[in-house]
Design a protein around this ligand. Structure first.
Ligand code: ATP
Ligand code: MG
Length: 230
């Protein structure tokens, strides 16, 4: 039950739609990501980047092709397993209603010292220490009391706690301050060296350190290359 140990992802001729009655938004998408690689996914707004990542959680509908993770077709894997083993950080993530402790350790399997250590890595320890309730602070309304960048950092912290081997980061398009953005990029680079990381990049700086960059256009792969060649 260590799946996915490698974090190898294969999209085989995948087409995606948001409803069986709607036209596909991604067609014939092919991509192979080796375990441990860092991939950048870019393309104009509406090109299908978020749709590709949401398909891993079966939020949209796979109308053709298949997606394999470590060789297993994800249509055969329970939603609970998918959502607890893979980490997809959306452009505007919502947090769980519950305490900060619960948000970082949903299984309740770690002690507080581990949670504090991870908060320190994402540079949110001082902020949480300032809250009177500390780890018992109750997150409300999906996390409205945290900024988009802080919510993304808390989701990254959760991925570190879970030792997620596959992390997909959908960068926020706006409203993340420079410092938070730098912390996010630094943590992705340093904490997930054994994991597969897919970064949906809205800024050129985020793809410079990727092994490979995939450019999407109108739901199709336009190019795959190293960041230097693009
Ligand atoms: P951005 O850079 O703006 O985040 P994107 O590349 O992530 O864009 P997607 O959000 O994947 O683009 O959108 C691809 C297509 O899917 C668009 O035509 C969009 O209108 C459509 N789409 C996205 N979400 C939904 C949804 N929930 N229901 C129906 N269609 C959707
Ligand atoms: Mg998007």
């Amino acid at each position: 039950d260590e799946w996915p140990a490698k974090g190898e992802v294969t999209f085989e001729s995948v087409s995606l739609s948001y409803d069986a009655t709607l036209e596909p938004v991604v067609t014939d998408f092919n991509l192979h990501v080796h375990g441990g690689e860092t991939i950048g996914l870019c393309g104009r707004t509406g090109s299908g980047k978020s749709s590709v990542t949401l398909s891993l959680f079966r939020i949209n509908h796979i109308c053709a092709g298949r997606i394999l993770i470590d060789g297993l077709d994800i249509s055969c894997i329970s939603l609970h397993t998918l959502r607890s083993r893979l980490t997809v950080i959306p452009q505007d993530p919502v947090l769980f209603s519950g305490t900060l402790r619960f948000n970082l350790d949903t299984e309740g399997s770690s002690d507080d010292s581990a949670i504090w250590r991870v908060l320190e890595i994402v540079q949110m320890k001082a902020g949480v220490l300032d809250l009177p309730e500390k780890l018992d602070f109750v997150v409300t309304e999906g996390g409205e009391n945290f900024s988009v960048g802080e919510r993304q950092l808390l989701c990254i912290a959760r991925a570190i706690m879970r030792d997620s081997r596959l992390l997909i980061m959908d960068e926020a398009t706006a409203s993340v301050d420079l410092r938070t953005d730098q912390v996010i990029q630094e943590v992705l680079r340093t904490q997930f060296t054994h994991s597969t990381v897919v970064i949906i990049a809205h800024r050129v700086s985020s793809i410079l350190t990727c092994d490979k960059v995939v450019v999407l256009s109108a739901g199709k792969v336009l190019e795959v290359d190293t960041p230097y060649h693009l």
